[in-house]
Design a protein around this ligand. Structure first.
Ligand code: RFL
Ligand code: PHB
Length: 386
């Protein structure tokens, strides 16, 4: 079998890339290790930037998003119970949309006409430093081979694509935080119309949502914590302690329908092109979820990569693929900076002590009192231009 592009991974990055290529008439096969149900069962991001919404429309997959997605005009930031609203629309005339990553994935899966090979095991990348790359995988004990012009590694942080690059060709930058987020999903109306990011001496908390009837809440926990130690009651009690009293009072609780811990990490690999292999999305970089950037960054990577691969395949011009890595890394590092900054402001860092907390308080007071500081937050949160 032969195709123009083999995409490894059917997460949002791989599915979006596949759809953009398909619409442009470039053949692409997606190889995914898990089943469609497994992929759809992962509860992850919830906030879409305008650029991601535009891309869903370009992929002709945006209809349900526009019907069901919730437009949010700002966020609240709370510090030891003092709440301050940052109104993006008033500050910079931009907004975001709450629409779950699960739904984005489902819509892209439904829009796709070309082949996606699910439950592809032992995916291996070959000869991407030469002119004739190919990929092998096995299914039901049979090994298959697909030849191609280009390979797109969209297989997430633990995927095989980045690991296939010789270590000497790759520089990585990493910060692992000493905490994670314990998240729960619950079928209860959200406590507030929009998101609340809360700093508290006991740790960070986030009140998020998926719909007017479904809420998503997070609390900061130590990195080595186990979700099994957290009954629903313990979670709700801890969350209430980290919110201001009126919000805690208004919280509607119920049995959790999902509960898991996500570690927090900042990571970038450079460069993102090795001959005919390109890395995009979480395969290339990780941000802590505090800035709501991971999914959006994955989408902006693949928008640039799709244009580059279309140019290379249809117009036979290498300009786009030559520029890909440097172009997307500029935006990636800005999103890394913002996500690190939001994380630093809002979490408790045991090692920085009382001095560190006073600095965080000063940062919050500065933000609350400065339109310029709020505009900067708004600009970054709603998405920088690509
Ligand atoms: P994914 O989603 O990890 O998809 C990669 C796919 O590749 C497959 N795969 C393989 N396939 C074949 N062979 C192999 N060897 C393979 N190895 C892996 C996997 O099965 C999978 O299907 O990466 P992608 O597409 O780059 O998408 C990235 C996003 O998923 C991620 O950045 C976001 O979820 C991050 N994130 C958030 N991002 C936002 O923009 N806004 C948010 O509000 C937000 N909240 C979050 C988040 C991530 C979280 N967790 C769990 C880390 C909240 C949380 C809690
Ligand atoms: C979520 O709803 O899962 C969510 C929202 C905002 C974030 C991170 C996660 O910053």
């Amino acid at each position: 079998m032969r195709t123009n592009v083999i995409i490894i991974g059917a997460g949002p990055a791989g599915l979006m890339l596949g759809r953009l290529l398909e619409l442009a008439g470039v053949d692409a096969v997606i190889l995914e290790r898990k089943s469609p149900d497994y992929v759809l069962g992962r509860i992850r991001a919830g906030v879409l930037e305008q650029g991601t919404m535009d891309l869903m429309d370009r992929a002709e997959a945006g209809t349900r998003m526009h019907q069901e997605g919730l437009i949010h005009h700002g966020i609240d930031i709370s510090f030891d119970g003092d709440r301050h609203r940052v109104h993006f629309t008033n500050l910079i005339g931009r907004h975001v949309m709450v629409y779950g990553q699960t739904e984005v994935t489902r819509d892209l899966m439904n829009a796709r006409k070309s082949p996606t090979i699910y439950e592809a095991e032992d995916v291996e990348l070959h000869d991407f430093d030469g002119a004739n790359p190919y990929v092998t995988y096995s299914q039901n004990g049979v090994t298959h081979r697909i030849d191609c012009d280009y390979i797109a590694g969209c297989d997430g942080f633990h995927g095989v694509s980045r690991q296939s690059v010789p270590a000497k060709s790759l520089t990585t930058f990493e910060r692992v935080y000493p905490f994670g987020w314990l998240g729960i999903l619950v079928d209860q109306p959200p406590v507030a119309d929009e998101l609340i990011y809360a700093h508290h001496a006991r740790g960070f908390a986030l009140c998020s949502q998926r719909s007017p009837k479904r809420s998503r809440y997070y609390v900061q926990v130590p990195a080595d914590e186990n979700a099994k130690n957290w009954s629903d009651t313990r979670f709700w009690d801890e969350l209430r302690l980290r919110l201001n009293p009126e919000t805690a009072e208004a919280l509607k609780t119920g049995p959790s329908i999902e509960k898991s811990i996500a570690p927090l990490r900042s990571f970038v690999a450079e460069p993102l092109r090795f001959g005919r292999l390109f890395l995009a999305g979480d395969a290339a970089h990780i941000v802590p979820p505090t800035g709501a950037k991971g999914l959006n960054l994955a989408m902006s990577d693949v928008a640039t990569l799709a244009d580059a691969l279309i140019e290379a395949t249809i117009e036979k011009s290498a300009a786009g693929i030559d520029a890909y890595s440097a172009k997307v890394l500029q935006r990636i590092w800005k999103a890394e900076r913002f996500s690190w900054w939001m994380t630093s402001l809002l979490h408790t860092f045991p090692e920085t002590g009382a001095f560190g907390r006073r600095i965080q308080r000063a940062e919050f007071d500065y933000l609350s009192g400065s339109v310029a500081a709020q505009q900067s937050l708004a600009e970054n949160y709603t998405g920088l231009p690509s």
